[in-house]
Design a protein around this ligand. Structure first.
Ligand SMILES: [Zn+2]
Length: 171
């Protein structure tokens, strides 16, 4: 297996980065797993603001749409990556390593595709005004939870209960 090292930039700046401009983050070559979502600008709540008013909905919709876009790009990248790396290794150990790597990539892609479908469903719910309330108990899921998990269908309490039940059934 060929291991590619990341090229490091020869130039090193001592001065602080210019204000207003954000430093670009260089991405690793291997497609990253983006199923854990964390890239968003927190919503600035005004006093007495109504839950899921128009601007909050707009904010959450943007998070969902941006996330979807990132996932789509990841899926494309994975496809390209698999095509680029697909080569025949004469050594069975190398071949096995590559197959293992590919199956991880495919699983990641599968997860990303499922997430994209889930995001589509969520956007649909948002469109129909059927978003942001717990599927089990009906209470507000909460803006902060929705920001961190925009596809959440349950409140923290119901989700925790589900997880406890799953653990009990699973063991
Ligand atoms: Zn609930």
């Amino acid at each position: 297996m060929v291991i590619k090292t990341k090229k490091s930039s020869p130039k090193k700046r001592k001065t602080a980065p210019a204000r207003g401009k954000q430093a670009k983050i260089t991405k690793a070559k291997t497609p990253a797993d983006k199923s854990n979502f964390s890239n968003f600008e927190p919503y600035k709540l005004k006093k007495g603001e109504k839950y899921l008013n128009e601007s909050q909905e707009k904010h959450l919709k943007k998070i969902l749409v941006d996330w979807r876009k990132t996932l789509m790009e990841e899926v494309d990248k994975t496809v390209n990556y698999l095509q680029d790396e697909a080569s025949n290794f004469p050594d069975p150990a190398d071949r096995a390593a590559q197959e293992e790597e590919f199956s991880i990539e495919l699983r990641t892609r599968d997860r990303e595709r499922k997430l994209i479908r889930k995001i589509d469903d969520t956007l649909e719910k948002l469109e129909q005004g059927d978003y942001g309330y717990c599927d089990s108990c009906g209470i507000e899921i909460g803006l902060r939870r929705l920001e961190a998990r925009p596809t959440a269908e349950k409140c923290v309490d119901c989700k925790s209960l589900d997880e406890i039940r799953e653990r009990q059934l699973g063991s």
